[in-house]
Design a protein around this ligand. Structure first.
Ligand SMILES: O=P(O)(O)OC[C@H]1O[C@H](OP(=O)(O)OP(=O)(O)O)[C@H](O)[C@@H]1O
Ligand SMILES: NC(=O)CC[C@H](N)C(=O)O
Ligand SMILES: [Mg+2]
Length: 505
């Protein structure tokens, strides 16, 4: 998952963009970038690292202009080279930069067409560079010296016709404005908000509403699936539906793990959804073992806190913070490479022994994906003296790869793939393992917004909404992206230093 933001302001946007990216940091920890423009010239800074490390005062001073876009990256395609940090830039037409959250499922075909038919050069393996070039090509084809909203919307329509997969995008057209759009299934989130100042109206587009509220912008609404929102540099805003048969089928994993609890996505409060996940899980526990002997419920910080709290409440059992999180370690699941993820769990979480000694503890996590976290945690609970270690997952078993912007390319890396729940329980070394049912999870996020046509649940049920994901595609993706292939390809090597950046340090 990546985080995207775009702002049209009445004064310099650099600090606003920086602050918004720090609020979206949980969506991508690998790389960050900001591009602004002033007097028809771009100012771009992007590199690998956290927002606070990528932007120094000397960069911030040079990121001038009232219009800009930003990105935090969690790679799902290409490599982790700093040249694949975003925003991406293309010179023609007009000079366009683009920030993308999601993953295209037909990037290879598009890349070939861009080269053979559209005579465009792609310099990285990133699908986002492909997406940018499709948009740029379609805009160029219209041949206008000054693009208006009509050309921008026509180019977005053409993107919808050519691109498959998941994409929430913010692109900036130098001298003209920014455009935000969502794929025709609305898989990845994007919303926009407004702020009135003495100098005029300002707009922000972002992945999550929390970025808007933190900056004092009032949420206007989510961008609809297939819709584009175009904001000119003078603050004039236009919206248009650009897809033929849009459907709202958002990614359910945003609510399980990715999004911040204080965000509201497609009118659904992530916080409330997680509270409900705790309730339905408690009900399942009571059904499965009405006379359970759980002494204490404990969250695995951070994301499961909300569900665990509500679960304890529903069960009428004590809630205790048995694990303390090191606040300087980020999210482990989105770290590249299994070695780093495994090491980080131990660095990140440490038990308070007295909460475990002689007790039957129910540990709650939002999800079990590769099993990295729970394996370590169960052992830590045992070492701390727990009598029995039970484990509950607020999400159903994750059994299938994700192709829409979550880096789970390989089924064999998923602990629940081809395993019964008893097998997973044995693998993680727990005395009891309980998962949320998919039906219950869907109930937890539904009933709020009647416009939601369904949920993108492929990691749980293997059904891919774009209809173009078959066995051959998944096999290719697995070969390309599973941990060991990436390691062999030298993904973590210092290959960024010879790449093309359009950027100065
Ligand atoms: O089974 P796994 O492959 O370990 O993945 C699942 C775990 O990873 C995530 O935590 P993470 O540390 O990324 O973030 P958090 O602090 O927001 O919980 C998630 O919350 C689970 O704890
Ligand atoms: N997680 C994402 O949204 C990734 C965006 C894009 N596919 C990349 O790899 O950079
Ligand atoms: Mg976690």
């Amino acid at each position: 998952m990546c985080g995207i933001v775009g702002i049209v302001s009445t004064s310099n946007v650099n600090q606003l963009l920086y602050d918004a990216l720090t609020v979206l940091q949980h969506r991508g920890q690998d790389a960050a970038g900001i591009v602004t423009f002033q007097d028809d010239r771009f100012y771009l800074r992007k590199d690998n690292g956290l927002v606070r490390d990528v932007f120094r005062t000397r960069h911030m001073r040079r990121l001038v202009g009232n219009v800009g876009i930003g990105h935090v990256r969690y790679p799902t395609a290409g490599s982790s080279s700093s040249a694949e940090a975003q925003p991406f830039y293309v010179n023609s037409p007009y000079g366009i930069t683009l920030a993308h959250n999601g993953n295209l499922t037909n990037a290879d075909d598009l890349s070939r067409d861009l080269f053979r038919t559209d005579l465009r050069h792609i310099n990285t393996n990133s699908d986002s560079e492909v997406l940018l070039n499709v948009f740029a090509h379609e805009l160029q084809k219209l041949g206008k010296l000054d693009p208006t909203k009509d050309e921008i919307f026509a180019a977005v329509s053409a993107v919808h016709q050519r691109c498959r997969g998941a994409y929430a995008v913010i692109a900036m057209v130098t001298g003209y404005g920014i455009v935000g759009f969502r794929d025709p299934n609305g898989i990845r989130p994007a919303c926009y908000g407004v702020r009135e100042t003495e100098e005029g109206t300002e707009y922000m587009i972002a992945s999550e509403s929390v970025a808007l509220s933190a900056a004092g912008f009032k949420m206007v609404r989510d961008i609809a699936p297939g819709e584009a929102v175009y904001i000119e540099t003078d603050g004039t805003l236009y919206t248009q539906q650009c897809a033929e048969n849009p459907k709202l089928v958002p990614c359910i994993f945003e609510h399980v793990y990715f999004a911040r609890p204080d965000s509201i996505i497609d009118k659904v409060s992530v916080y409330k959804a997680r509270l409900r996940m705790g309730e339905t899980l408690a009900d399942k526990i009571l059904k499965e073992r009405p006379d359970h002997d759980i002494d204490v419920v404990m969250p695995i910080p951070d994301t499961s806190r909300t569900s665990a709290l509500q679960m304890a409440h529903r069960l009428g059992v004590k809630f205790r913070e048995g694990f303390i999180k090191n606040r300087y370690i980020g999210r482990t699941f989105i770290m590249p490479g299994q070695k780093m993820r495994k090491k980080s769990v131990r660095q990140k979480l440490n038990p308070i022994d007295l909460e475990f000694r002689g007790k039957n503890v129910m540990l709650v996590d939002d999800s079990i994906v590769r099993g990295t976290t729970c394996k370590e945690i169960v052992q830590m609970a045992r070492d701390a003296g727990a009598r029995n270690v039970y484990f509950a997952s607020a999400a159903p078993p994750v059994r299938f790869p994700n192709v829409y912007g979550i880096d789970m390319p390989s089924a064999s890396e998923l602990i629940a793939h081809d395993r019964s729940i008893e097998d997973v329980r044995d693998q993680i070394g727990a005395d009891w393992l309980i998962y949320q049912d998919l039906e219950d999870l869907v109930t937890c996020v539904s009933d709020v917004n009647p416009d939601i046509d369904g949920w993108e649940c492929s990691v749980f049920d293997g059904s891919y909404i774009t209809g173009d994901v078959d066995e051959a595609y998944l096999r290719k993706l697995e070969d390309l992206r599973k941990d060991e292939s990436r390691f062999e390809a030298g993904d973590n090597a210092d290959n960024g230093i010879i790449d093309l950046h359009n950027d100065e340090d």
